[in-house]
Design a protein around this ligand. Sequence first.
Ligand code: C2O
Ligand code: CU
Length: 475
Amino acid sequence: MHQLSRRTVLKSFAALSGSVLLPGHSMADASLPLLRAAPSNAQLAPAGYPSTPVWAYATEGKGTVPGPEIRLRAGERVRQRLVNELPQATAVHWHGIRIENSMDGAAPLTQAPVPPGEEFDYDFVAPDAGTYWYHSHNRSTEQVARGLAGPLIVEDLDPWLGESGAATRELVLVLDDWLLDSNAGIVEDRWDDLHAASHGGRMGNTVTVNGAAYPELVVRRGERIRLRIINTATDRIMPLALPDMTARLIALDGHPVTPRDVETLVLGPAQRADVVIDGRKNGEAQAGLLLDPGNGEWVEIAAIIHAGEPVPESNSDVKPLPAWRMLPAPDLSNPQRETLLMEGGAMRGVQEARFGGKKMGFRELASNGMVWAFNGVAHGMEEPMFRSALGRTVHLEMTNRSMFPHAIHLHGHHFTIQSQSGSANSPGDVRDTVLIGTDETVEIAFVADNPGVWMIHCHMLSHQKSGMMGWFEVA
Ligand code: C2O
Ligand code: CU
């Protein structure tokens, strides 16, 4: 990877010039806040069950799931020294941030994974306000499932919270899905389960909200609250509903949308939604956040308890979030046209695909752990899927020819949904991860304005691992 060696050279050059030109100034910035990745434990299952051994991030003290909230304002820097105290190499990806390539954490494409006992300094600007998250991007099927994920909140420079029509308070809700055994331990022998990978992925049996099963969220009557909802599950698509409250969507994947009423909201893995809730449709003291586990039976995953002094209910329309200042609009007059065809999985398996530079049939692919392909290539890390000139608009038509939905994520860029053949996406929405159903085609466009090598993959991490990944280059 020339990227890597160039970075190493730059680093040692910086170190050298630092020591020569600035005597007394130590090259390592001792004040860089630490982000430790280490084994820990967490009370994920309801009271009465043992706590669960997890891998977790910590900025101080013991690691927690979700990891500690990192919060800053748009345009400020995230500065964290990753300290790897895990038994495996790791790297941190800052999901949805239009980041400098060398800080993207997409091991091994943009950096070497950080071995146990070693460190890596992340230092980058977060240009856009919104709800983001950070997670392991090495052996992520296992490492994210073990707990290595946390919220990254970028606040807007323009005031919103507390303004007329806006929310008075916000709550970050990190949703996760865990596969636990009867002692509440994480099931550890199924990281390579090809059966799960060729279906909907490794599904859990316990959904948590902020690391707890069925928590109670206390709000005051009449309070208008901004929920920042993040789906950090490795594979579970989460259909959500707040049937007892008025819910209005104000942002998707961090990017503001014109406020719109939502009855239900579907979040694929890695997707986020900001929702303003207020009012109570039925006057009850309790409301709930519901999830459809996939069988159409809505279950409550968090209770919302109305308690304390009521506040006067806000009748005004919801104030939209301030628009992003920095996102370039795609120029669709003559875009670079690219396609992405998704194939594979159970019931419509890939007959033939290239893997590691070699053409293989279904059986040989499966014996290499591959059951999915992008444009006829499984796990296409040798060659970029496409290259674009810096500043060019890319129009990407993505078609899902498999029997399962996929959550396609592009690194380093946000894109605008141009059209859709299904119902999962609304044209005009700006996202970094898009859900694409069976036989659906979604067209997206973005300005390739961020130089570097960027991953494109399914964020169902079991699918990513078993073939659904590739990359593109902007230069
Ligand atoms: Cu959220 Cu490539 O990842
Ligand atoms: Cu997928």
